[in-house]
Design a protein around this ligand. Structure first.
Ligand code: XMP
Length: 319
């Protein structure tokens, strides 16, 4: 009978077979998947693995520090941290098409991985925490053509030409299985249980062109939202919750002054595997409390709305 411990051993054997005596670079996005992949790879090939964490400037609040600490202190796995906020933000300047954003980010991730691989003496393989649902990136509608909804890759759309071969040890797993594997590998529960976070990060939660100012506003609002969800004891009942900063400004009133600021949308869904999802039925007191806090505490937002779209027909992320 199938156990996660057996899967782990098998996965390690497969990695050793694929990689031989080659070197692997593993891109860490800050999420659960790439972290589990990295720890698994480290068990399989030890110091022939170099982990690279890219701080894109598009992470959630505190995320970069958490990842660096987990790898360096908890596991003692060497980690290169590349602070590339300016580079990502300047590549995204003026880019508002969602697929162009994903591809721009995906290409830049590969550039940064390759540079760091070169500095670490070269790498033959790039490892990613791609899951089974990420593999099914095109959805076939009954009787219709196959349509790509989003360039779903761990780093948000890989370039077609890349010098390294891919290692994707989680390709057959669903999210709940990755979490179980993470526990098997000794990852702390607080880390394993975190909501999923997409490779392209906050960029796909800022419809329209991304700026540092917008990323900062969104990060602040998102932090408050998640904090309230935790305070209400709802974090584990929700598959994923996040805020989206809309490229729309509306009129409001603060004290006796007129405001003209951004609309922020809150999203929260329940799901088993991310392939279908229902919006989470928060009670109105909760939503009102979050809206009040965000509008009072986050400069630049004067209106909050709640997204009640399920998947399908919506997707979980807005882009
Ligand atoms: P959608 O928006 O397609 O998202 O309903 C389904 C799940 O996938 C996550 N997602 C991504 N994860 N790289 C990732 O690693 C990506 O490019 C990407 N795009 C979406 C999304 O957050 C949700 O959990």
């Amino acid at each position: 009978d199938w156990t996660m411990a057996a899967f782990k051993d098998e996965a390690i054997a497969k990695i050793r077979e694929q990689v031989g005596d080659g070197k692997v670079i593993c891109g860490l996005s800050g999420g659960v998947d790439s972290s589990v992949a990295a720890v698994l790879l480290h068990e399989a090939i030890g110091d022939r693995l170099t982990c690279v964490f890219v701080d894109t400037g598009l992470m959630r609040h505190g995320e970069a520090d958490q990842v660096v600490e987990l790898f360096r202190e908890h596991y003692n796995i060497p980690l290169v941290a590349a602070y590339e906020e300016e580079r990502f933000l300047s590549a995204l300047e003026g880019v508002s098409d969602p697929e162009t954003k994903r591809k721009t980010i995906g290409k830049l991730f590969i550039d940064v991985f390759e540079e760091n691989a070169r500095m670490a003496g070269g790498a033959d393989f790039l490892a990613q925490g791609t899951l089974y649902p990420d593999v099914i990136e095109s959805v076939s509608f009954a009787g219709g053509p196959s349509v790509t909804i989003k360039s779903h890759h761990n780093v948000g759309g890989l370039p077609e030409r890349m010098n390294m071969k891919l290692v994707e040890p989680l390709r057959e797993l669903f999210k709940d299985e990755v979490r179980e594997l993470g526990r098997e590998l000794g990852l702390p529960e607080a880390f394993v249980g975190r909501h999923p976070f997409p490779g392209p990060g906050l960029a796909i939660r800022i419809p329209g062109a991304v700026t540092k100012e917008k990323a900062d506003i969104l990060r602040h609002a998102d932090r408050i939202y998640i904090e309230e969800i935790r305070n209400a004891g709802l974090y584990d009942a929700i598959w994923q919750a996040f805020a989206v900063l809309l490229p729309v400004q509306t009129v409001g009133v603060m004290g006796d002054a007129r405001t003209y600021d951004h609309v922020l949308a809150l999203r929260a869904v329940t799901s088993v595997d991310g392939m279908t999802a229902d919006y989470f039925p928060f009670d109105h007191d909760f939503l009102g409390r979050v809206a009040t806090r965000i509008i009072n505490e986050v400069r630049g937002v004067n209106r909050v709305v709640y997204d009640v779209t399920s998947k399908p027909p919506g997707t979980i992320e807005w882009e």
